[in-house]
Design a protein around this ligand. Sequence first.
Ligand SMILES: NC(=O)c1ccc[n+]([C@@H]2O[C@H](COP(=O)([O-])OP(=O)(O)OC[C@H]3O[C@@H](n4cnc5c(N)ncnc54)[C@H](O)[C@@H]3O)[C@@H](O)[C@H]2O)c1
Length: 367
Amino acid sequence: MKNEIRVAIAGLGNCASALVQGIYYYKDVKREDELVPGLMYNLVGKYRPKDIKIVAVFDVDKRKVGKDVSKAIFALPNCVKTFYTNIPNLSTKVKMGPVLDGVPPHFKEYSRDKGFVVSKEKPVNIAKELKKSGAQILITLLPVGSEKAIRFYANEALKANCALVNCIPVFIASDKKWSDKFKKKGLPVIGDDIKSQIGATIIHRVLANIFSNRGVHILKSYQLNVGGNTDFINLIAKERGKSKKISKTESVQSQLSKRLSYDDLHIAPSDYVPWLKDTKLAFIRLEGRQFGDLPLELEIRLQVHDSPNSAGCIIEAVRLAKIALDRKIAGPLISASAYFMKHPPQQFVDEKAREMVEEFIKGEREV
Ligand SMILES: NC(=O)c1ccc[n+]([C@@H]2O[C@H](COP(=O)([O-])OP(=O)(O)OC[C@H]3O[C@@H](n4cnc5c(N)ncnc54)[C@H](O)[C@@H]3O)[C@@H](O)[C@H]2O)c1
């Protein structure tokens, strides 16, 4: 196929399921001027959602390994809302990856249908499989806190000449040592920690920005998040959620006129509520001082389908990575990372980041 984007995925959880469903849900989108609910860009350059072809997938869960991707995306413990069922057989079977630190010990406390069940299959050689599949881009969607596993997969992407879209909050694109490795290999990298279309981070950033711009001095703020998917089980283990906390907090700090201490800017996944499944609730509060040093308070509650919300950004990031490959651009993509990731190499106000992405698409900006 002419415009094909050959993509591999590490971690076929809820976000990956939403992404694969989305590629087929939006299969008829062809023109930029159609009104398509749920997409930021119908076309990114010349690329349509349909151009994304899943050619290799790695996971460790026995209910997914060995199955065709079209079936495995609906296997437990995935609990994302099914919004598109008619996915053809993709002739891409999920292959066993090395577990490393992908499966946290506290998952044992949860029933099988909630946590991961590790397959006994022998792990495949990832770089070799990537090469064999002809993958051009690897999307990493491993569980939060997979420090060793993400570095392993990033290294395999380098060996196999794949660009990387790192959606997890472990730092690769925003870590100079790692982004230099991609630059040296002539490969683009976008990361880290995918944003949502309208998620708690983007709303908190916009509010922080508007308070700062309009002279209201923020003294205290919190963002509490609850949900019922495996990402939330992972996040309640404080050690594993550490980099997520940094990623989310720094994303908001970057929009303030004056940094707040981590005590005064409290951002955390706050609890796992099993019955919420893939529904996520965020509670955001800001307290500041307005004209006359008088108090001003704002509270909002956001309810979203968590994983499709992030897939709406992944589908754009992948197409931008492909444009970078076409143009032989290497190293971190500053514009795409700033607009679509919570912890990019460089933070910008979201409006500016959007402008930069559009300049990049038109070829008016290098990275
Ligand atoms: N849900 C969101 O909206 C969102 C937003 C921003 C970032 N993220 C990040 O994206 C990542 C994926 O999120 P998710 O909700 O899809 O998670 P998930 O828990 O649903 O999926 C993770 C998948 O990785 C697999 N896995 C575990 N160890 C592995 C290994 N070593 N090799 C290959 N596969 C392995 C699991 O079996 C599972 O299928 C997380 O790090 C999350 O923090 C998610």
